[in-house]
Design a protein around this ligand. Structure first.
Ligand SMILES: [Zn+2]
Length: 124
């Protein structure tokens, strides 16, 4: 199993976790219908916490209301949070080289390095 073999600085994890959680909240708030649902979102795992099962369930429920591009964006954000958890964040999923920090700061949920992204762009 690959574990931080790509050199992503773990001390940057909190910065990206925070940004990804914010991005997720913005997307989910657009479909959160009640105060309870918003409270669930705010109970989402913070830096250093393990993911909370109840919050994950409510996220899935809300995500089911998202459609099209928003759903895709949320999927990307959630996938990036999983990569942060598993220690593979920051590595290109295609060539496994590190994604540059500048690119991650611009697109925290990026799966691919710029080179691979350019070849993925043709895929719908
Ligand atoms: Zn790549």
């Amino acid at each position: 199993m690959r574990h931080r073999a790509f050199g992503f600085d773990p001390s940057l994890g909190d910065e990206f976790r925070r940004r990804l959680l914010e991005a997720r909240e913005v997307l989910l708030r657009s479909v959160a219908a009640t105060d309870e649902e918003i409270a669930d979102l705010e109970a989402a795992p913070g830096p250093g916490d393990q993911p909370d099962h109840a919050a994950a369930v409510s996220t899935a429920l809300l995500a089911s209301r998202l459609a099209g591009q928003d759903k895709r964006e949320l999927d990307e954000v959630v996938a990036a949070l999983r990569r942060l958890q598993s220690g593979t964040f920051g590595a290109c999923e295609s060539c496994h080289n590190p994604i540059t920090l500048a690119r991650l700061r611009a697109v925290p949920a990026a799966r691919y390095c710029l080179h691979c992204q350019a070849s993925q762009e043709v895929v719908p």
